[in-house]
Design a protein around this ligand. Structure first.
Ligand code: C2E
Ligand code: MG
Ligand code: MG
Ligand code: MG
Length: 285
């Protein structure tokens, strides 16, 4: 405790805390400016049918490229953005850009069947969330069923009724919902029963040690069985090896994404990726 510690220790502790606070404040300011300075961008990770390998969609993943610096991964700035209200502006920017790219690709004659967009809990619970999403949907004349919102189990915590209500409103407008990182958070089967979701996304942590870890394989099998009975499709994330894909094929998992197929790609590379599959008649809707 500070009281019993020596004076020097207390001062050192304060300085370190201060430095950390300064650093966070600076990063927060930089991030706020990043939106205005167009330093944020979207990458896209392709999603494929496990059975045939055809292209079924992509997940939009945000990146931050500060001027003169390396790309910062979302794990390093999304949690910080979630502590302030910045996540709301960033999240809406991501959704708007997602629609923008789908419209742009469509104009180029490229049809990506589906695009998944991450929505953070704080963004989802903002009072204007549904209206803001509807505003974006109205601005682009795209089929809303081609968009999929990924929420995590943490969205539901303590807000079950509000969550169901908002999801139902957006589903009525045509959007689809996925539970992201399924199994890694506060999974509860009672939520799963209540929520109007379409899809489960099995967290990478259950996939990465297949086939070495037979317990992970048992969990994936069990999740697939639950999903089948509830009528949800399943995407496996983080598939890196042919063995993992083979296991998912045997277990009749619907979709996958992961480095085995492709890392997340910048928009222009994603356009070429769609074009390649479209030309080979290997798009699945
Ligand atoms: P997530 O939604 O679970 O996204 C999947 C993450 O796994 C991505 O990391 C992706 O690059 C990575 N990944 C995919 N396949 C593989 C693989 O085969 N091996 C390995 N090692 N990793 C793989 P990324 O892009 O760094 O994003 C991290 C997290 O940041 C996302 O996890 C998501 O929770 C969050 N995030 C990203 N973009 C957004 C966004 O626009 N809004 C919000 N709220 N969160 C976002
Ligand atoms: Mg996701
Ligand atoms: Mg995920
Ligand atoms: Mg994950």
């Amino acid at each position: 405790q500070a009281k019993s510690a020596g004076r020097r220790t207390v001062i050192f502790f304060d300085e370190r805390m201060q430095r950390q606070a300064d650093k966070r404040l600076k990063m927060n300011n930089d991030l706020r400016n990043a939106l205005n300075n167009q330093e944020l961008m979207l990458y896209f990770q392709p999603q494929h049918l496990v059975s045939k390998g055809s292209l079924i969609g992509a997940e939009a993943l945000v990146r931050w490229k500060p001027e003169g610096k390396n790309i910062v991964s979302p794990d390093q700035f999304i949690p910080m953005a979630e502590e302030s209200d910045l996540i709301i502006d960033i999240g809406m920017w991501v959704l708007d850009q997602s629609f923008m790219y789908m419209a742009k690709w469509q104009e180029m004659g490229l049809t990506l069947p589906e695009l998944s967009v991450n929505v953070s809990a704080k963004q989802f619970h903002h009072p204007d969330f549904v209206e803001q999403v509807e505003e974006i949907m109205n601005r682009y004349s795209l089929e809303t069923a081609r968009f999929n919102l990924e929420i995590t189990e943490s969205v539901v915590l303590g807000h079950a009724e509000e969550t169901v209500r908002k999801m139902e409103q957006l589903k009525e407008a045509g959007l689809r919902f996925t539970i992201d990182d399924f199994g890694a958070g506060y999974s509860s089967l009672s939520y799963l029963k209540k929520l109007p979701v379409d899809e489960l996304k099995i967290d990478r942590s259950f996939i990465c040690n297949i086939p070495r870890d037979t317990r992970d394989m048992a969990i994936v099998e069990a999740v697939l069985a639950i999903a089948r009975h509830l009528g949800y499709t399943v995407t496996a994330e983080g598939v890196e090896t042919p063995q993992q894909l083979e296991f998912l094929r045997k277990q009749e998992c619907s979709f996958y994404q992961g480095y085995l197929a492709s890392k997340p790609l910048p928009a222009d590379a994603m356009a070429r990726y769609i074009a390649k599959y479209q030309k080979q008649n290997r798009l699945s809707f």
